[in-house]
Structure formats: C-alpha cells, structure tokens
Design a protein around this ligand. Structure first.
Ligand code: IVH
Length: 721
C-alpha cells in the first residue's frame, strides 16, 4: 500500500478536519477502485491493498461517526442491498403535460386559454417558453432551505426515495441561500446527462462489457436509480429547476419571477427560457430552438409553454392529469426506417471487435445516416443486457428492415427490426471468431472475478495486430515495464507512424539501423546528436531487465505487475517460463497448465489468458525475437528456509536502518509476505519510530512486535552488516 493514499496520521491523532478530508479522499479512491474492479474488470491494486483502504475508512468512521458520508464505502459492502428504494408520497402530484405537434396545436392551445379566461383574442397573453429537457423529473423537498428529501416522479402520486443519490449531484444545492426562501418548498425539475458525457460513459461501459444506454435520458435514469450511491456519484448528472409542488410561500407572482428567484437561491435554471407574448412568438421561439437543438450540450425533445401569471395558472387549473395552463410542443421524432446492408467489424486499440451496421442511406432528423453502432455480438443476436435498446429477443440479419434512431450527436443506433419485412433468405449473422485486422483468434473471455462470459470479443493478436500494436508498444515501454527514458508514448507513436518501430524488438535494433540509415534520428525535428545518443544508451541499459518486468511488458491480458512477479518467482528464469508456457498453451490438460493454474494467486481465468497467449505462434515469435535482444534476469531466489519464510509481516512507523522499499524487498526475498495492515493473520509487526495505529492494533491482537534491530537479527542481516 503506498502511504500517500493515507494521510499516515494515526487514527487517534486525526483532527476532525483531517478525518473529514481523508474520508472524502477514501470515498473517491474506493469508488475509483470499485469502478475498476466491478465495472471495468481491471483492478489496479491487490485485494489486500483494497481491503486496507476500506479498513482505514471504517476505523476513521468508528472514531468520527458524525462524519460518515452519504456515499460512504462502508454503506455498501459487496453487492447492493436487495430491497429497492423507499417510497415518498408527493403532497402535490407530479403531473404530465398535454402535447402539441404542429403550429395549429399551439394556436389552439392559446385560444383555449383565452376562451377559458374570457380574455379577448387580440390581447396577447404572456407565456414562459422553455426547452423541454429530456431527462427524468425529480421533486426536491427543501425545509428551512435545507434539502431533506428527493423523490422521482413514479406514478405521479408516489415516487421513489432517491435522496442519497440526489445528494451526490454537485449542481443540486444542499442548502438554498438568499432572500425569500420559503420554510417549505418542493422544487421540481429535470435531472439529465449532457450528451458528451453520455457518449463517454457508453464508451467506458462498452470497454468494460457493461450495460450500454440507448440515450442520455436512459443513462440519467439508470445512473440516478442506483442502490449503490457511489455509482450515481461517479456519473455526470446535471439539473434544471422549472417548477414546484407544495410551497409554504412563493417568491413572485409569475413563472418567470419564480424562476429568477430559483436562480438567486442557487438552483440551476435554463438560460434559454424566455417570456413570449401570443402564439406567433411562441412558434418563433420553437423554431429558433429547433435550429439550435443539435448544438445544445443536452437533449431536448420539445418546448414547454406555460402561462406566465400564477394567478391565471390558478384560475386555469387542471384537466385530468395535465395543467390547462401549459403544453409541450414536441420536436419530430429522430427515427427512420431503412435497410441493413452489411455488418463491418472494427478492431479497437484494445483489441475489442466492434460491429458497425452499414445502412441504406436515410435522413434522420435532417442528417443522412449511413452507419449505426451495433455495440457487440450479443446486441446483434438480440440477447443479453442490451434489451433497453434493441427489442429483446430480436436478432439482426443482413437484409433486414430496421428502425434507426439518432439521439443528438450520438452515433445512430438500430432500435428495432421490422420482422414482417425480413427477406426469406436472410440468415442469422455469424460473428467472426478471427480478427479481421490480423487473423488471430478473437475470443470472449470469462470475467476474472465473476466468471461470467464477457460481451466483448477480443483479438488475441496483441503485439502483432496492426489495430493494437501501437498501444501494446506504449505499454511495453511504460513505467512499470521497460521504462526506457526518452521513449514515452509520444515518441513511440511517432516512431510507429514512421515505420521505425513496429514490434518490441525493433526498439533494440533502432541504434544499429540508425547507424546504417541516411535518415538519422538526430536529424529529426526536436532531436539532436546528444538526445539521440542518450536514447540509444537508455535502450542499451535495458537489454538486461528483471524477469517480472519482462513478463509484465508483454501485455498479456490479466497479467499485471503482481501476477508477473508471481510468475517470475515461480518459474525463476525466462527459459523455464517460456518452455512451461508453451506446454501450458497446448492443452488445458497438460501438466504445465495445471501447474500454472495451481500457483497461489493465479486463478483459472488468468492461467487461461497466459496459456492462450502462448498458444498463438506469433506471440511466441515476438517473445523469441525479443529474447535475441534482451536478457531477462531471474528474480533473486526466495529463501524458503529463512526464519520468516511464509510469515506475514507489517512494517510501520519510520524505519531508520533501512528504507521501506528495502525492508519490503528483503522480507519478500526471505519468503515473507508483506501486508499493509495488521490483522489476526499477521505474524510480525516491525515498528519503527512514531509507530501509531498499526502498533496499537498489534498489541491489541497480541501480534509479536519487533524493533528494527530485532527484525534484522531474526532475518540474519544484523551479523552480516
Ligand atoms: S413543467 C405540471 N417544464 O416533461 C407540469 N416539464 O411531459 C410541470 N419536462 O414530467 C412540468 N422539461 O419531466 C416542465 N421545462 C420543463 C420541462 C418539463 C422537461 C418534463 C417533465 C414532465 C414532462 C411532462
């Protein structure tokens, strides 16, 4: 566990402010690691390190129970609670709006209002016109200016209690400020997700094999209604206030006046709302907004017109479940029917195979659409968690007539198949199991943690696949892999683009090739004789490299630094490792595979990923080519006979005879496991100066505590030094 993630201050000594700051940091950090683990299947820290973070959080909360955050990690252990949300009854129902689709419907609406109020037709009435945000409506109860409850619309009478979720939305104030804040007011408005943020979220979801949302509205609703509020907190949700429910008092006598007060109190209100007089102005507003629509950062599905005077609203009242004083003027649907002509498979930089629909060109909402995303294999089959988009159970076949939908500037998608129009000859689509970019096998793996089969099919060609190569090279030279000074992502990309480095071994032949070449590195822009020599030296220095770094650099799926270390330690040398892995790659029944699978800390999914990698001859070729250039050094042998072999040790406090890094490395060399926190399983706590909570914990649990000297003696280092 790196200490920078903790303040390092013993719990007993934390001030309230420090505790609060640290809980905030821990909540964010744990949320980040949860996201990596649960949603992206790509944990960055070991389970033990993760546990230590949670423990620290729990310990701080135990001392400062008042500081427990609404999104505290301690409130969600493992899976979310099975029961859903509580219910909240709306004291004033949340109603819907009548719709207008054409200008004539708007003039009718205005005339109806005039008639009802017995106003002459030639006196224009003032309306508030505002964008109809395509999100989900919410009611926020403020008592004494303080946000106390938040409820979804539900059936209009009773919604779900999403208070804890809403509390994580930065734009929603927990406290209203300024003059005339009523003792009680239910603020109503819309929670939405901006389009760009939605597109990014879907990309992340796609990469992680998670749920893909059809549009920003679904994404906003799905993100808000999470039992695990840390998920809501991680999603980019925003809010506009535009109405109210129960209110002990109102700050103005017009809709526009109330909106202005909302803004003063700290609530976001839509800056495009305008007061318009009479139907022609309303229609002009609608047309103006329709033109602006595509450029807006969020989705709108129309315009809402509201009689501006609250006294008149009161007189107009309601008809069934909608107000007589307001109407929604909808934009035309962004959908169209066309034919699916083909399916192309694109290979992403991480090897994910993504199908793309080629469509008979069709105009959707004023834009010609020729492609649509198909997300993944299951989507085409009409199965899996994609039901929110494509109607569940319907597969897509080439030749099908389909409905495409454009949601803002998001890539169009197919939302339905017209089964009646399916050609008799149309056959179920067979998703390729080889990569179209390099011909390697493309596989759907099982998730390391859940054991579920991933929705994403991936190319196994890693280092040879043109679609992935450059990413793999960047990984190869990254800090925890070959870490070549002067050869970062930017230079790798430039060298790759110029054909200088295509494969890892090219890095090591760069100097020789450069010497022979007429286009010298030193002549490139930004380079000179000195920097070129420096780079060649840095590369040469890495011709010997620790075995674990070498293994990690190969970029085998699921093989992070920890696994690479386990492998290096277990197999000892590159020769042993290479031979064993090639054997393991031949069959899951091979002894070598069983041995690999049996290594403590290596699960089946990881073992399979390693075996699959070595089962591909081109990967073995890359390794062999590389081994002509570099010599991986075995890890220092682990001494299994030492007094601390197999024991769990925790170092705490300031060490003076050795650095933390040295202490850790030495302990591991002697076969000990170094842990970040003290538990019943700890054998020794080595306490340096100013040791705090860990020392206290050790005493409490009766764990043997050693001074630095004692530790060195136990491990036989004292007499050697
Ligand atoms: S006013 C009494 N204003 O549209 C009606 N609604 O179809 C109060 N909506 O459930 C609603 N933007 O979710 C109003 N500027 C806006 C709106 C808006 C979006 C939604 C809202 C409502 C639905 C009615």
């Amino acid at each position: 566990m790196s200490d920078e993630e903790f303040s390092g201050i013993p719990i007993a000594e934390l001030t309230r402010a420090q505790a609060e700051a640290e809980l905030r940091r821990l909540a964010a950090l744990i949320r980040h690691h949860d996201e990596l683990y649960y949603r992206q299947d790509a944990p960055e820290i070991s389970d033990a390190e993760y546990d230590a973070l949670r423990r620290r959080n729990d310990e701080i909360e135990a001392r400062f129970p008042k500081l427990i955050r609404p999104d505290s990690p301690s409130k969600r252990v493992g899976a979310p609670a099975a029961d859903g949300f509580g219910k909240i009854r709306h004291t004033v129902p949340m109603l819907s709006l009548g719709n207008a689709f054409e200008s004539a419907d708007v003039t009718d609406f205005v005339e109806r209002v005039h008639r009802f109020l017995k106003l002459p037709d030639d006196v224009p009435l003032a309306f508030m016109a505002e964008p109809k945000i395509d999100g989900l409506s919410i009611s926020l109860r403020y008592v004494g200016g303080k946000l106390t409850e938040a409820a979804t619309r539900g059936d209009g009478m009773e919604g779900e209690n999403v208070t804890r979720n809403v509390m994580t939305i930065a734009e929603i104030p927990h406290q209203l400020h300024g003059r005339n804040v009523p003792e009680l007011i239910d603020i109503r408005g819309e929670i939405y997700m901006p389009r760009q943020a939605f597109a990014r979220l879907n990309e992340q979801q796609q990469a992680a094999g998670g749920k893909i949302f059809a549009n920003p509205r679904n994404a906003a609703a799905g993100s808000l209604r999470q039992l695990d509020v840390s998920i809501t907190a991680s999603r980019p949700l925003h809010f506009f206030a535009y109405a109210w429910g129960e209110a002990s008092q109102l700050p103005a006598d017009t809709q526009s006046g109330v909106d202005a007060a909302f803004a003063k109190w700290g609530l976001p209100v839509n800056p495009r709302a305008r007061v318009c007089n009479g139907a022609p102005e309303l229609i002009a507003y609608y047309e103006g907004l329709a033109e602006e629509r595509a450029a807006l950062p969020y989705d709108i599905d129309g315009v809402v017109y509201k009689v501006n005077s609250l006294a008149l609203q009161e007189r107009l009242g309601f008809v069934s479940r909608s107000p007589r004083w307001a109407i929604a003027h909808k934009f035309p649907a962004q959908q169209a029917m066309t034919v699916l002509k083909g399916i192309d498979i694109q290979v992403g930089r991480t090897g994910a195979l993504t199908p793309v629909a080629r469509l008979e060109p069709v105009t959707v909402g004023g834009v010609v659409v020729t492609n649509a995303t198909l997300h993944n294999e299951d989507y085409i089959k009409g199965i899996g968690g994609q039901g929110e988009i494509l109607r569940d159970g319907r597969d897509l076949r080439i030749g099908d007539t389909v409905i495409v939908q454009r949601a803002g500037d998001v890539i169009p998608q197919i939302i339905d198949v017209v089964i009646d129009k399916r050609p008799k000859t149309a056959k179920p689509y067979v998703f390729p199991d080889v990569c179209p970019a390099c011909g390697s096998h493309a596989v759907r793996e099982s998730n390391e943690k859940t054991g579920k089969v991933d929705v994403v099919r991936r190319c196994t060609g890693g280092l040879i696949c043109p679609a992935q190569r450059v990413e793999r090279l960047k990984h190869f030279v990254s800090r925890n892999a070959f870490d070549i000074e002067g050869l970062g992502e930017k230079n790798i990309q430039a060298f790759y683009d110029d054909g200088l480095i295509q494969s890892p071994e090219d890095i090591f032949t760069l100097a020789v090739r450069d010497a022979r070449s007429t286009k010298k590195l030193e002549d490139r822009e930004g380079w000179g004789p000195q920097s070129a020599t420096k780079l060649f030296n840095a590369i040469a220095a890495r011709r010997t490299i620790a075995l674990d770094r070498f293994i990690y650099a190969l970029g085998i799926r699921h093989v992070g630094e920890t696994t690479a270390k386990l492998l290096a330690r277990f197999y000892g040398s590159i020769e042993n490792f290479r031979t064993a892995m090639i054997e393991a790659g031949k069959s899951k029944d091979a002894e070598a595979f069983k041995e690999l699978d049996n290594i403590e800390g290596i699960g089946e999914v990881v073992a399979e990923a390693i075996a699959d990698f070595f089962a591909e001859p081109h990967n073995v070729r890359v390794v062999d080519d590389l081994l002509k250039e570099v010599s991986p050094q075995p890890l220092e042998a682990v001494d299994t006979t030492s007094a601390v072999a197999g024991k769990t040790v925790v170092f705490t406090g300031t060490l003076t005879l050795m650095t933390r890094g040295e202490a850790k490395a030495r302990a591991e060399r002697l076969g000990a496991k170094v842990a970040g926190s003290v538990s019943k399983k700890t054998d020794y706590v080595v306490a340096g100066a100013d040791a705090g909570s860990k020392l206290a914990k050790a005493r409490e649990l009766g764990v043997t505590v050693l001074g630095e000297e004692e530790w060195l003696q136990l491990t036989g280092a004292a007499d050697r030094s």
